[in-house]
Write a protein that binds this ligand. Sequence first.
Ligand code: SF4
Ligand SMILES: [Zn+2]
Length: 297
Amino acid sequence: MKCDDCLNLLEVYLDGEAGERNREQVQEHLMKCANCTSAFEALTADRVQLATHLRERETAEGLRTVDGDRIPRTLSASSLMDHARCPKQFYWTRVRPLPRFSGPAARIGTEIHRWIERRASGQGRLLEADDTVDLTQEELAGDPGRMDRLRQAFLTSRYADRAPLFAERAFLLRVGGFAVSGRIDAIYGEPDGPWEIVDWKTGVGAADPLQLELYGLACVEIWHKAPEDLTLTYYYLARDEAVSQPMGSPDVVRERVQSSLSAIGTGVFEPTPGRWCGYCDFKGFCETGRAWLADNA
Ligand code: SF4
Ligand SMILES: [Zn+2]
C-alpha cells in the first residue's frame, strides 16, 4: 500500500469501516511507515479531544441511567465480555459510543488470529472488525519480536498440524430478549464425536470462562451436541499453555449469560476498575479508572 492510499483510508479505518482487505493493508502499512503512523496519531489525538468533549457534555447532563431503546438488543460475545469486565467501558463503546482511537499495535491480537485461522483452514477467511483484541500497547512496548514468538508458539503447539473441523464458525443465540452473536476460533474433532472448542488468547491475563461457556451453549443449542461431548479450551499463545474445562450444565451457563444480559438491560453502567484500566481507551476521562491506576501504580 502507498502512503497516499493509507492516508486516505485513515478516517474510515478508525471508524472500523474500512473493510477487511483495506483494514489489513492499513495495519500492515502503519506497522512499518513512521510518516503515516504520525498522521494516524494526530488523527487519534483529535478523536481523543472530541471524546473528551462529549464526555464533559455527558457529565453536565448528569446521565447515569439509559432509557431502554438506547440499549442494543443484538450483542457480540466480545461485547458481552467487555460488559462483564467493566460496564462503563461497555457503555462508552456500545451504548453511547465515544469516538474510537485504539492504536495499530493494539490490533496485533487480531493479526495473530487471522494468521492462525488462515493457516489452519487454508481458506484465507478473515475476522470481523470487533474481534477481541487482548494484547495491549503496553504489553507490546519495546517488544517487537512478540508477534513472531506468538506465531512460533502456535507452530509448536499440538494444534499446529491438525485441521480443525470448523474455523471461525459463526453463531447467533437468542437469550431472553437479546441475540448474542459470536465466532468460535476453532473446533477440533469429528462431526459426530467429541469436540474441543478452542479460543486463541494472545494476552497474558486469565480469561473469563464465560466466553467459552457461551460457545459451548451455542454448540448444544444450535448444533445439538451433547454437553458431555464438549471440551472448552483457552489456548494462551504467550505462555504456550492450553487450559481446558468440561462444558458443564447448559442450564447454569444459560443462567449466567441471562444475568449478564439483564444487567445490561437495567441501563445502569457503573465502572468496575482493575488492571484492565491501564489499556482502556477511556482512562483519560474516567475518574474511577484513573483513581484505581493511581492507587495501584
Ligand atoms: S478506565 Fe477502567 S473503570 Fe474506567 S471505563 Fe475504562 S475499564 Fe472501566
Ligand atoms: Zn506511509
